[in-house]
Each structure stands twice: as structure tokens, then as C-alpha cells.
Design a protein around this ligand. Structure first.
Ligand SMILES: [Fe+2]
Ligand SMILES: [Fe+2]
Length: 429
């Protein structure tokens, strides 16, 4: 701030003093206002930008200290100086200590001294003003920063919520796609399709019991849903025949289903582990399995889990549909072959869940008659569904989906089958 930008107010009841001071300061280019009455000076101050106020102490209307205190209320930023005789020095020092005034000048004065004194006082005024401006700026910037941070936090939260929702949606869509893919096998052979769905449930329960989580768990469940998908490529005569009745040549062909499954899945991005698990789902713990005769920990854990779940399910459903007695027998078989065919850790995990599995299978053993209009997907056929001419439409044990139901109703509309079917309650999967 240039000197001539400063406005100075001087109050003294003696005109001569005012004139002399005005002259002394005028050389420095300040704008100087003078008043003999402190009351008039206060009235003048309202709305003015005054940098420094110099006041005499001994005045008839009010003393200089009283005047400066009132002036400070009107213009708090101004520097205040008291002009006093030696007799009142003690009071002036007290006023400085209280913070009410910046300093004092004594009468009579030396012009050079008071000009330097005022210059210093104005420097303090400028510094304080600049300091205040910077503080306000800092405060303003802090507020802006706080607002920006809050907005950023809000935006990050919104984005995170959006991405999480999309991710969860994608996960659901992914699993539903895998299940739909698995169910297409039912069109070729309903029993294989139903078996893969149940093996997925058992494998998931075993894996969770073993503490497997995240992507590893997902790979195992997906592999279980698809583990026999390679059977689509085999001739009907092989997939419809009981395994023990197959010729050596037919058995050899059946064994190809795990490698066919691997070939079918490994081209899908992200399915490397899934396809490997599928390849080895018939390896035995003692190395007597196929296709690579892997043993113990060399067999992927997911394959060890699916193999136990697969054999367990085949034994439970050996009659065509689940029966509680079969659960006990299946479990005894698995237990007896722990460490030979099956990984003992997997068997231990299966022992925990097989009891609850027995309960869910128990719910299957009461067939009930349902008219075709009331047929819902998820129920299991309790008997072979044949046309009136004896053609097998769907074998017992098939879990009905919407496609099956449309097909059944179409056959009924063509008067080819009766208007009801025997079904079993749905297995919880
Ligand atoms: Fe298999
Ligand atoms: Fe299987």
C-alpha cells in the first residue's frame, strides 16, 4: 500500500496542534482528516477506511483513551496512537499493554520522529491486514477443499455402490448362464442334467465346509454344474446303459467324457481352472482313476471334491430317484473308500453334510399327483412319462424345467398323454 493511499485521522482540542501535525504528515502523502471534537470524529469514522487514528489524551468532551476505545469499535483494524504530555505517560503505557493502542507520542514532538513512528505503525497495520486477508483466503480454500472432499467421497461411494451392484448382477447372470448351459444337457439326457445340478449342490457344500471361498469356490461349483458335459458327444447306447453293463470298448468311450468336457470348456475365457477340474473329475486318490492316473494332492482339489460328490449322488440316485436309505448306503461306500478312491479331507467334509443331505432327500420320497395346469418347474418326475402309444417322453427322476412343461402340455393338447403326472418335491439346491 502506498503512503498516499492511507487515511489518517487526528483528534485534538487545540487547532494549532492539529495544523502542525497535518503539516508534518502531509509531506508523506497521506490524506489527513482533523477534528477538535472526539464526538464529531466518531461520527465521521462510520463508513470510512481509516488506517491510523491519533488522539490527544486531555480533551474536554472525553479523554483520548475513551475516544480510541470507541473508535476501535467502529474501525477495529485501525492502528491507534495516543498523544500525551509526560504527566500522563503511565496511563499511555497501561493503554498499550491492554492492547487498546499501538503506541504513544509525547508533546512536544520532533517531526522526523513522529513521521518514522507513523510509518512503522502503518507497516504494522498493513501486515495485520495482509495477514487477515491470507487467513480468510486460507479459510475459504479449506472450506472449498472440504466441500470437494465431501463431494469426492460421495462420488466414490456412489461409484462403488454402482460397480458392486453391476458386479453382483454379473455374478448372478454368470451362474444362471452356467446353469442354463448345464440344463441344455437335459434335452439330450435328463438324468445327466439333473445329476450335474445335484453334484453342484453337494460339491458346494463340501467345498464350503473345507473353508474354500471366493473364486476357488466358484470354479468348483461351475465345474460341478458342467462336469459331465462331455457326455453330450457320446452315443445314446453308452449314456443310457448302466455303467456295469458296458463292454470294454464302450467303457473306454465313456471315459472320454472328462477330456471331451475339458476341450469343450477350455476355450471359454476364464475357464482354465474349470476345464482342468472337469478333466480330472474321475481321478482316484490312489492313482487308479482316469484320464491321467494322478494321485493324492496331484489331483486338483476341485476334482477330488466333485469325484466324491459324483459317486455319492450316483449311489443315492441309483434307483432312479433319491431315497433316504440310499443316502446311508452311499455314505458307507464313500467312508469305506476314504484314502483309496477319495481324499480323506473331502470325506471328512462330506461326513458333516451327508446328514442334512439325507433330510433333503427324505422330502423326495412321497410322490404326489399333479394336474398338468398346476405343474411347476423344479419338481421331479416320480415315474416314467410315456405317451398313450408307449413312447418314453421323460424318464423318472428328471427335474422338470419350463421347456419340459411346455413339451408335456403340447403332448397333452395333442391328446397323446393323460392330464396329470406323479411328481416328487423339489430338492433344495
Ligand atoms: Fe463324470
Ligand atoms: Fe458325474
Amino acid at each position: 500500500m502506498e503512503a498516499n493511499e492511507h487515511r489518517i485521522l487526528i483528534v485534538d482540542d487545540e487547532e494549532n496542534v492539529l495544523k502542525a501535525l497535518k503539516r508534518a504528515f502531509a509531506e508523506d502523502g497521506y490524506t489527513v482528516d482533523t477534528y477538535t471534537s472526539p464526538k464529531d470524529a466518531l461520527a465521521f469514522l462510520a463508513g470510512q477506511r481509516v488506517s491510523a487514528i491519533i488522539s490527544d489524551f486531555m480533551m474536554p468532551e472525553m479523554n483520548g483513551l475513551e475516544f480510541l476505545l470507541q473508535a476501535a469499535e467502529v474501525i477495529p483494524d485501525s492502528v491507534r496512537i495516543i498523544l500525551t504530555g509526560h504527566a500522563n505517560l503511565e496511563m499511555a503505557i497501561k493503554a498499550i499493554n491492554s492492547g487498546a493502542v499501538y503506541g504513544y507520542l509525547t508533546k512536544p514532538w520532533d517531526n522526523d520522529h513522529i513521521r518514522v513512528f507513523l510509518k512503522n505503525a502503518l507497516k504494522k497495520y498493513e501486515l495485520e491486514k495482509e495477514n487477515k486477508r491470507l487467513n480468510n483466503l486460507l479459510k475459504e480454500r479449506n472450506e472449498q477443499l472440504k466441500d470437494m472432499n465431501q463431494n469426492l467421497e460421495k462420488k466414490v461411494k456412489e461409484q462403488t455402490r454402482f460397480i458392486t451392484n453391476q458386479f453382483n448382477q454379473l455374478k448372478v447372470t454368470f451362474m444362471e448362464t452356467v446353469k442354463a448351459f448345464s440344463r441344455t444337457v437335459e434335452l439330450r439326457n435328463p438324468e445327466i442334467g439333473a445329476h450335474m445340478g445335484r453334484v453342484a449342490s453337494i460339491s458346494k457344500a463340501i467345498a464350503e465346509n473345507m473353508g474354500i471361498k471366493g473364486e476357488d469356490l466358484q470354479d468348483i461349483v461351475v465345474a460341478a454344474w458342467l462336469h459331465d458335459i462331455g457326455k453330450i458327444g457320446l452315443p445314446d447306447v453308452i449314456i443310457e446303459k448302466q455303467e456295469k453293463r458296458l463292454t470294454d470298448e464302450e467303457s473306454g468311450l465313456l471315459r472320454e467324457h472328462s477330456t471331451l468336457g475339458e476341450v469343450c470348456l477350455k476355450a471359454i475365457p476364464g475357464f482354465k481352472n474349470v476345464s482342468t477340474i472337469v478333466r480330472h473329475h474321475h481321478e482316484r486318490y490312489d492313482g487308479g482313476g482316469w484320464p491321467d492316473s494322478l494321485y493324492e494332492r496331484h489331483i486338483p482339489l476341485g476334482s477330488r471334491i466333485i469325484y466324491a460328490a459324483d459317486v455319492f449322488d450316483k449311489r443315492v440316485y441309483s434307483l432312479g430317484y433319491g431315497h433316504p436309505e440310499q443316502v446311508g448306503k452311499a455314505w458307507e461306500y464313500i467312508k469305506a473308500h476314504s484314502g483309496k478312491f477319495f481324499d480323506p479331507d473331502v470325506v471328512a467334509a462330506l461326513s458333516v453334510i451327508q446328514k442334512s443331505w439325507e433330510k433333503s432327500v427324505k422330502r423326495l420320497d412321497i410322490p404326489k399327483k399333479v394336474v398338468l395346469d398346476k405343474l411347476k418347474s423344479g419338481v421331479v418326475l416320480a415315474e416314467d412319462l410315456k405317451t398313450k402309444s408307449g413312447l418314453l417322453l421323460l424318464p423318472k427322476g428328471v427335474k422338470l424345467n419350463e421347456l419340459h412343461i411346455i413339451r408335456i402340455i403340447n403332448f397333452h393338447n395333442a391328446n397323446a398323454i393323460k392330464g396329470w403326472v406323479l411328481v416328487l418335491e423339489q430338492v433344495k439346491q
